[in-house]
Each structure stands twice: as structure tokens, then as C-alpha cells.
Design a binder for this molecule. Structure first.
Ligand code: SF4
Length: 610
């Protein structure tokens, strides 16, 4: 087998047993790797109604065929399981050095079940694995735990993925952190890791998966580097990080403001340029990436010399969404989230919801124990801190907006989430394709599983005929959105950065040179469709129906200002077209049996239609 090591590590924390899980080449051809392969493996282990935090609930770390290859922008991994936040399929990805080290340790991924009797960490070193005591790491923040691990192991080139106190305390918005400030943030998978008493995975080694055609890989590595050099996005990402989008986003009414009730704000205060003008900013790059879109802020304040981030999503969530235009408090809130391992998007949206409820008099000073007013930076920082510590109103905020709406007896459609996961920082009224992508995406309101706003502003995929149109049109949008979701889902199978400017043909050529296979762009798109179908089936088994494929009312009320004033996507029409294109059953929300069989999912079809 080429391109892979051909094995996962199987970890049973109930019995402290570690063993090899061999991977069959036919399985890899069909599911490729990353989150898609994880979904296939997890589906075999879950039952209807499984509690995400039950010991038998699986947790998977997965690399892909491209991870640790010579191709740039591929040092990424996926963390997958049943989402503690939504109760449905959960996945999150991140980049950095950890994915590279995981693959170099000699494994394509790790499949974990059970619960350790006491805190442990998993150490992988050149094909060997062991569980080690983590008692002295429990309760430590990410930065401290990482330093302690480095000192205890005493070796260079360690990759680490770990949880902070938020994950240990099972906050439903907790993420898995790697390389300190990088986050596999969404779906609350940090709580799943915490429920297993697993503090960290540390990986190192020098193993390389064998490559089918090394000469061709050298040529393709040059081609990929040229594609990056010629990309218009690359210099903007390098200079301003993802914050390059702030002012364009506001011009398009794509930046949500004041808990999704407005779209106009003083954008110039929160751009990548403003960040550079106010602070000393350095770039952070995932291993093998020539762009380096990550931000590192130096000399932030006394006692905090070096802060990771913040990214666009974080800045908007703790910024305009809370009517806060002060970088200092946003950076401080981001630092706390990184240090304690919690998702900045879900937490930012939940804090904005608290402000909304406070303004309406539903959440009072007596109930909250404090005033919670719009735009108050120190209050945002305090609420982040209370969420991490599970103190007072922070405990409820850390469980997300759906739980908050329930606790205050509010209309559930006031909670800015889909399937229980909070909306990302792209407004559904600015792009109908984005609205549909949010409603139907495999993990809830996710901006990455079909960043359709990018198509509408010019990032078309010519080979699949995915082209921009009228961003406010609803008719005929569904097919384009579904195809784009299939394409983007593959990035998390291959473990390719979402910013990689590679065409489907180039991606196929790379897969084939790595593995010796004969993938075509059509096969690739079908693999994306299969991936989405497997994840859908998992969620169906866990209770998902069409009822959950909808946007909250708060994100669909017409805005009175900005570029999308008075525009509302026709969700009913788009959903009908989408269900027809995907061949999902309108009554049950399940993929049709014939469609599953057409995708080679015979076993899954038999299981879900038993
Ligand atoms: S563009 Fe950013 S996220 Fe993507 S690989 Fe490079 S540094 Fe990582």
C-alpha cells in the first residue's frame, strides 16, 4: 500500500489496550482518509440514541494520504465523533505541526473508545504507542500542559493535540487544541476527549508512507507551489490573515452584527491592517505552508508577551456580533479560549445571545450576577472566563445557544444555531447559497463545509461547473451548493487546507502519484458525495430529521440596512430542490436507499432501512 501506513492505532481506554487496526486498500480508495474514513469507521460503532459522552462513544483522530507529503498546505488532521454539542455527527479540523508528526509517528489515525480510570496521555513514537499518566497535567491550561509535556518527554519535534480545562469539565463548546493556538474547535469534541480522561496525544517519529511515483510527486509539488504563487488570495492571506475579509465582508453585508440583527459597523477598526497598525504581528504557518495565514501578536500586554491569533471568525464573534469594536478585549478573549480550549465561534455567539436577552430584560442583573450590555469588552472577557471556569451564568453560556434558549423558555428559533451548532460569521441573508449550506451541512451551521460565499465572490470550480450567479437568487442554487459541499468535504478527507488553490485535476494527480490509483475528478466528486451520505446516515441514526435542516428565525429576518437589506433566502424552495438533487427523503430526511446503493453504500443502506 502506498501513500498510507495502512493502519490506525486502536485504543481501548477501559482496558488500557493498544493494538493495530489494519486498513484495507479498497476501504481507503472508497473513503480516502481524514473525516470521511473516520465517519465510515465510527458508523460501525454507534447505535441509535448513543450518548456522545458514553465511554463506548468513539473518538477518532485521522490524517489523510497527503498529510506529511511534500505537497504544500496539507499538514491538517480531523477529530471526529458524536458531537457533544449537537448529539449528531461531529467533526473538526485543524492545521499545524501535529498532523505531520502524527503521520510521521507511523499511523494514519487513532480510533479511541472507553474511559481511562485516571487522566492519561497517549504517546506515539515511530510506530510504537503507550498510555502515560497525566495526573499532573489535568487542570493545566494548554500552554502550561504543552511545556510540561515537552520537559517530561525531553525530545524535539513533538506534535501535540490536547484539551484544556474546558474539555476536562465537559463544556459542550470545548475544542481540541494543537500547537498551542490552533484549534479543532467546532462540535464540542474537546468534551468527548475530556469524557475519556484523555488529556493529550503526543506524536513524533521519522516514518514516511511510501510514495507510488516519487518523480511525479516532485513535479506535482512544483505545480502546487506555482498554483499558490499565482493565487490572488495568497498575498492577502499572508499580509492580513483571514482578517483580510473584514471590510469586503461588511460591504457585502456578510458580517453579522449585534446578534444577527444588523450588518453595518465600523469595519476599519477590525481589519488585518488595523491589527498590524496597533500591535506587532508575526505570521504563523502550518508545516509546509508558504502562506502563513495565522497571526501571532507580540508585546500584547504586560504579563502576556505573545498571543496566538485572532482569526476573522473570532474577531467578529467577540467583536461586531457583541457590538464590541475594541481589539484589546477581543485578543484577550481569544487568548483565554486558546489557553483553556474552547470554541471561539460558539462561545462568541452565546455571549452575544446573553447580551440580546439582557437587553430584552429576560436575563436580568439578578440572574446573571452582573450587567451584560452590548459592546462592553471587559464583560465579554469576564463571561469567557466564567464559561471556562463553569461559574455562574458562564456555565449555561458554555453549553451553547440552544441550551440557553431552553433555560430561559424562549422560542428555540431565537438561538442562532443549526442542529445545535452556532452560526459562523457569514450572514445567511448575504448569500442564499450560504444559507442553504448552513441548513444542510453535515455538522450544523458551518462556514467551511461549503463556504459558498467564496464561489459567489469568484472562487469558482470550473471543472465541476460550479460558477457564481446572483447571490440573492434562490432558484436553481441547490445543485451548485450540493456539488460544492461534495468538493469541499473532500478537503477534510485528504486533509487539505481550505485555502489551497488546487484544481480537481491537480488533486487527482497528487492522489494517484501518492497511491498508484487512477482517481478521476468524477470519482473524486462522488467520494465527496459518499462522505456526506455516510455522515448524514450517522446523524439520522442519532435522530436527525428534516426538521433540523433549517435556519433560526433570528438569522432570516430582513435587515433594514446594508447591501442585503430586505433580502431573504427562500429556504423552502431551496430545500426542496436540494432534497430532490441529493435524493434525500422529504419525510424522513434520510438519503434514499437506491442512492446509497448507487454510492456503494450497500451495508449502510441495509442498516438504516432495516
Ligand atoms: S493557509 Fe493558513 S490554515 Fe492553510 S495551511 Fe497555510 S497557514 Fe495553515
Amino acid at each position: 500500500m502506498k501513500g498510507y501506513h495502512g493502519r490506525f492505532l486502536n485504543v481501548d481506554l477501559n482496558t488500557n489496550t493498544l493494538s493495530d487496526m489494519p486498513l484495507d486498500e479498497d476501504l481507503l480508495k472508497k473513503y480516502v482518509g481524514g473525516a470521511t474514513l473516520a465517519a465510515k469507521l465510527i458508523n460501525g460503532h454507534i447505535q441509535q440514541g448513543m450518548d456522545p459522552l458514553a465511554p463506548e462513544s468513539p473518538l477518532v483522530f485521522a490524517a489523510g494520504p497527503m498529510t506529511a507529503s511534500t505537497i504544500p498546505m496539507v499538514s491538517r488532521y480531523a477529530v471526529c465523533g458524536i458531537s457533544p454539542l449537537t448529539g449528531y455527527w461531529g467533526e473538526a479540523t485543524s492545521g499545524g505541526a501535529f498532523p505531520f508528526r502524527l503521520k510521521q509517528a507511523g499511523y494514519d489515525g487513532i480510533f479511541i473508545t472507553g474511559k481511562a480510570g485516571k487522566p492519561v496521555y497517549l504517546y506515539l513514537d515511530d510506530g510504537n504507542a503507550e498510555l502515560r499518566d497525566a495526573a499532573d497535567l489535568w487542570g493545566k491550561d494548554i500552554y502550561e500542559a504543552q511545556e510540561k509535556l515537552k520537559a517530561a518527554i525531553g525530545r524535539p519535534n513533538l506534535g501535540m493535540a490536547l484539551i484544556g480545562p474546558a474539555g476536562e469539565q465537559l463544556a459542550k463548546t470545548a475544542g481540541v487544541m494543537n500547537d498551542a493556538g490552533r484549534t479543532a474547535g467546532r462540535c464540542g469534541l474537546g468534551a468527548l476527549m475530556g469524557s475519556k480522561n484523555l488529556k493529550a496525544v503526543v506524536a513524533t517519529g521519522k516514518r514516511r508512507a511510501e510514495v507510488a511515483d516519487p518523480e511525479r510527486m516532485r513535479e506535482l509539488t512544483k505545480e502546487a507551489s506555482t498554483a499558490i504563487r499565482q493565487s490572488i488570495m495568497a498575498p492577502a492571506l499572508r499580509e492580513y490573515g483571514t482578517l483580510m475579509y473584514t471590510d469586503l465582508g461588511m460591504t457585502l453585508s456578510d458580517v453579522p452584527v449585534k446578534y444577527f440583527q444588523k450588518s453595518v459597523f465600523p469595519a476599519a477598526k477590525l481589519t488585518g491592517q488595523a491589527l498590524r497598525q496597533k500591535y506587532t504581528v508575526e505570521n504563523f504557518a502550518c508545516m509546509g505552508c508558504p502562506i502563513g495565514c495565522g497571526r501571532e501578536v507580540k508585546n500584547f500586554r504586560e504579563g502576556l508577551d505573545h498571543v496566538d491569533g485572532p482569526e476573522y471568525e473570532t474577531v467578529i464573534a467577540f467583536g461586531p456580533l457583541c457590538m464590541n469594536f475594541d481589539f484589546d478585549s477581543i485578543i484577550e478573549a481569544n487568548y483565554l479560549c486558546n489557553a483553556h480550549g474552547i470554541d471561539t465561534i460558539s462561545l462568541g455567539v452565546s455571549i452575544a445571545y446573553a447580551m440580546y436577552l439582557y437587553e430584552k430584560g429576560i436575563l436580568t442583573k439578578e440572574k446573571a450576577g452582573m450587567e451584560i450590555t452590548w459592546g462592553d469588552g471587559p464583560t465579554i472577557v469576564k463571561l469567557v472566563d466564567m464559561s471556562i471556569r463553569q461559574e455562574g451564568i458562564g456555565k449555561l453560556i458554555s453549553q451553547g445557544t440552544r441550551k440557553m434558549a431552553e433555560a430561559f423558555g424562549r422560542d428555540p428559533s431565537e438561538a442562532a444555531q443549526v442542529k445545535g451548532m452556532e452560526m459562523a460569521m457569514h450572514d445567511a441573508r448575504a448569500f442564499t447559497g450560504m444559507a442553504l449550506s448552513y441548513a444542510t451541512g453535515p455538522r450544523g451551521a458551518c462556514h467551511l463545509k461549503g463556504d459558498y460565499y467564496n464561489v459567489e465572490i469568484g472562487s469558482m470550480v470550473m471543472e465541476y461547473n460550479i460558477l457564481p450567479g446572483d447571490r440573492f437568487d434562490s432558484v436553481g442554487k441547490a445543485e451548485m451548493v450540493a456539488k460544492y459541499q461534495n468538493w469541499k468535504d473532500l478537503f477534510d478527507s485528504l486533509t487539505l487546507c481550505k485555502f489551497a488553490p488546487y484544481t480537481p485535476t491537480l488533486v487527482c494527480q497528487i492522489i494517484n502519484a501518492l497511491t498508484g490509483w487512477d482517481y478521476t475528478p468524477e470519482m473524486l466528486l462522488e467520494t465527496g458525495e459518499r462522505s456526506i451520505a455516510v455522515k448524514r446516515i450517522i446523524s439520522n441514526k442519532l435522530g436527525l430529521t428534516r426538521e433540523e435542516d433549517k435556519l433560526p428565525k433570528i438569522c432570516l429576518e430582513a435587515l433594514k440596512e446594508g447591501g442585503s437589506a430586505d433580502k431573504i433566502p427562500d429556504m423552502d424552495l431551496m430545500l426542496k430542490e436540494y432534497y430532490a438533487y441529493r435524493k434525500w427523503d422529504w419525510e424522513t430526511g434520510k438519503p434514499a436507499k437506491e442512492q446509497l446503493i448507487a454510492l456503494g453504500l450497500d451495508e449502510e443502506a441495509a442498516d438504516i432501512y432495516a
